[in-house]
Design a protein around this ligand. Structure first.
Ligand code: 5GP
Length: 203
């Protein structure tokens, strides 16, 4: 998604070769029009198959799941990170290890909101190690629902997340795929593709 890549180039803060901050437009202050465009993009990419629910994890996936839900005209659900006050048998749950925070937490979704008849699109802001998304995939499986695919706003393709999801047979589509980055420099996978094409045409 061209517009998204431009915003990342203009406003993204590369804190290290692993951490990108996009707080000014994606996950602290949110550019609402961009979020809606992201939702429409996901709807276009995955919408050829029937989708009944969009699923994400709190907090920073919520605006994109809502935007995709609006575009697809279906509800969205966000998995909760806090221990639910409801009984364990009333929720689907999965353990997620956060490498950024070095902690393991439980995510949960009420059994009332996903059923075996559902066709679920999972959406999140970042695909890094894939731990959070694998947790959501496990929840969809536990519910016996069909997983249509996983849509990520930003993928750090140099981390293992995509590989982990693809190993599970999950269709993954990310709107901006970062091949590599370091402070002051960022390369998207499309750029690399274009450079390779350009080089082979000029040979
Ligand atoms: P995971 O490692 O499970 O794929 O990513 C878990 C979560 O960590 C993501 O949903 C995202 O909220 C956060 N995260 C991972 N990498 C980054 C990053 O480079 N920048 C920001 N802002 N968040 C990240």
């Amino acid at each position: 998604m061209k517009l998204l890549q431009e915003r990342i180039r203009e406003e993204g803060l590369i804190l290290s070769d692993k951490v990108l901050k996009v707080d000014s437009f994606l996950n602290h202050q949110v550019d609402t029009q961009l979020a809606l465009s992201i939702g429409r993009e996901f709807a276009q990419i995955f919408g050829s198959k029937p989708i009944t629910k969009v699923l994400t994890i709190e907090a920073s996936g919520i605006q994109f799941a809502m935007a995709a839900g609006i575009a697809l005209n279906v509800p969205f659900i966000y998995a909760k990170k806090k221990k639910a006050v409801t009984l364990p048998e009333e929720v689907y749950s999965a353990q997620v290890h956060s490498f950024t925070r070095q902690e393991t937490y439980q995510i949960s979704v009420s059994r009332n909101y996903i059923s075996p008849e559902d066709k679920v699109l999972i959406v999140d802001d970042f695909l890094a190690t894939g731990a959070a998304l694998v947790g959501l995939v496990d929840i969809v499986k536990e519910a016996g629902a069909e997983l249509v695919g996983v849509g990520c706003v930003i993928e750090k393709s140099f981390q293992e997340g995509r590989g982990l999801l693809e190993e599970k047979g999950v269709r993954v589509h990310s709107l901006a795929r970062i091949a590599s980055m370091s402070p002051g420099e960022i390369h998207f996978i499309e750029d690399e593709f274009r450079v390779r094409q350009h080089n082979s045409q000029n040979r």
